[in-house]
Ligand binder design. Structure first.
Ligand code: CUA
Length: 191
């Protein structure tokens, strides 16, 4: 039989251990909440929780996502907006040219089913859903070629669905854009 003193001591040890674990858990929760706030404020995690809807049935007829409005457009503040439509089994445009060291806003939506939007070697990674506009911002720090594979299974042609993102230096881009006119937003990936 253990004596009452031993029981008392072990109860105290148990209480101390429990208190330590409780403090650890509270700290863990605080760290996780801080991470959520940080990534939310800095758009470091995609997709941000915002909801913008669009009618997938009329994408090609009117509005922002008509074919002539897709691709890279230079905004008045010097930033670039890229509009992309995903459909079984391709992205429009197939080739996206963007300038380096320039704030880029991607706006993407789907004409049919859920597709994935991922640019290799970057943290851009989102779902593209019919009925919703996925928006994400980034800046490419140097000229490079990236592939943009669809990463959500969307049907039998899924593995063949990808596009090409070509980052060129800002001067080259502005030259290309002024030559083709802002109305022709499809810049070619091949020079
Ligand atoms: Cu589109 Cu997979």
């Amino acid at each position: 039989m253990s004596n009452p003193l031993d029981n008392h001591a072990s109860a105290e040890i148990a209480a101390r251990v429990e208190r330590r674990w409780a403090i650890f858990m509270v700290l863990l929760v605080l760290v996780l909440v801080a991470m959520v706030v940080f990534t939310g404020l800095h758009w470091a995690m995609m997709p941000p929780s915002r909801v913008e809807t669009v009618d997938p049935e009329t994408l090609h007829v009117s509005g922002e996502f008509v074919e002539s409005n897709l691709g890279s457009a230079v905004e008045t503040d010097g930033s670039v907006t890229v509009r992309v439509v995903a459909q079984q089994y391709s992205f429009t445009p197939q080739c996206i040219v963007v300038p380096a060291n320039t704030p880029i806003t991607f706006r993407a939506t789907s004409a049919d089913v859920i597709h994935g939007f991922l640019i290799t070697d970057t943290n851009l990674n989102s779902m593209v859903e019919p009925g919703y506009v996925s928006t994400f911002r980034t800046t490419f720090d140097k000229p490079a070629d990236h592939t943009m594979p669809c990463h959500e299974y969307c049907g039998t042609g899924h593995q063949g669905m990808w596009a090409h993102v070509k980052v060129v230096d800002r001067d080259t881009f502005m030259q290309m854009a002024s030559q083709s006119g802002n109305a022709a937003r499809r810049l070619s990936c091949v020079k």
